[in-house]
Design a protein around this ligand. Structure first.
Ligand code: PBG
Length: 329
């Protein structure tokens, strides 16, 4: 029916009508807060490129867990900054490292809180790449896929042993979901879930994170293992492979420049789907707000709803606490 029979504005006339016909919801339960635990600091250390985000000492884990639980967040995901780094990322396998210690403290302070860990060696390697390096015959260097799988499997078991509910591999090695599943099952952690960073692009929007997690690659870039931003069909291939290897949940990352990819993966899988609203996306809103260019809270809520509308069940986001507050939590 054309105008004047049809008048879409009828349903926008009052807040009650708007709420009644709203298609997409957002609640604190949908939000997962990333946290950076640093082994060598005693007080929170602000991350300059991410206003409002700090690296945290492990002793802040319990109070942080309680706050996340009180705000009703869907969960937290932990990253670690170790005291030492080497070419193999050995400090990532230390049971006394910042992630295992923070996981244990968070789970005892707030047992109901869903605690996830990022499984990747880039925070622990001195070269900053997401795997073990291998020198090719021509003298150039690449990340050795299969050697890296062994370290990832060991790291996932370590995090599970510390009490993590979910392990989330972010390295983009082929076959890592299957290798981690096997390692968890062989170590009696068959009930620990895997959230796979299945569709992870080589993105400029990770810039601020590399300061937060101190993991910028010391040479080259990550385009030999992370995906080309130009590819969407390949996203479905990556997602299907990880689902076949036993992933319990999938992730698309980043979120905003990839809303079409979120939609496409959503249509192709029945697994829960997450999107990572990454550091650069967060920093852009903070910078625009600081310059007086946008209403920060409105822009943040619009961004988060857009990611849900594209098809994500949940969102990993540095806005999680501010958004929960804005939602009345
Ligand atoms: C790798 C990892 C990265 C992010 C999460 N896990 C960095 C990278 O791949 O370079 C980025 C998250 C963000 O930008 O917020 N362990």
């Amino acid at each position: 029916m054309p105008f004047p029979i049809s008048r879409p504005r009828r349903l926008r006339a009052t807040p009650g009508l708007l709420a009644l016909v709203r298609e997409t919801t957002l609640s604190p339960r949908d939000l997962i807060l990333p946290l950076f635990f640093h082994a060598a600091i005693d007080a929170p250390r602000p991350v300059a490129s991410m206003p409002g985000v700090s690296q945290l000492p492990v002793k802040a884990a319990a109070s942080t867990a309680k706050e996340a639980a009180r705000r009703g967040l869907g969960g937290v995901i932990l990253f670690g900054l170790p005291k030492t780094k080497d070419p193999r990322g050995s400090s990532g396998l230390d049971p006394d490292g910042p992630v295992p210690r923070a996981v244990a403290e968070m789970k005892s302070a707030a047992p109901q809180l869903v605690v996830m860990t990022d499984v990747c060696v880039d925070e622990y390697t001195d070269h900053g790449h997401c795997g073990i390096l291998h020198e090719r015959k021509d003298g150039t260097t690449e990340v050795d896929n299969d050697a890296t799988l062994e370290v990832l499997a060991e790291m996932a078991v370590l995090h599970a042993r510390a009490g993590a509910d979910v392990v989330a591999p972010s390295d983009m090695m082929d076959g890592r979901v299957g290798r981690i599943r096997r390692a968890l099952d062989e170590s009696s952690f068959s009930s620990i879930a895997i959230l796979s960073y299945a569709v992870k692009y080589a993105s400029a929007f990770y810039g601020p994170f590399r300061e937060a997690a101190d993991c910028a690659p010391q040479f080259g870039d990550r385009s030999g293992y992370q995906m080309d931003p130009a590819n969407a069909r390949e996203a479905l291939r990556e997602a299907r492979l990880d689902e076949d290897e036993g992933a319990d949940m999938l992730m698309v990352k980043p979120a905003l420049a990839y809303l079409d990819v979120i939609r496409a993966v959503r249509a192709d899988t029945t697994l829960p789907l997450f999107a990572y609203n990454v550091s650069g996306e967060y920093a852009m809103l903070k910078a625009a707000a600081a310059a007086g260019m946008i209403d920060y809270t409105r822009a943040m809520m619009e961004v988060l709803v857009s990611i849900r509308r594209a098809g994500a069940d949940g969102i990993l986001t540095y806005h999680a606490v501010e958004a929960a507050e804005a939602l009345g939590g």
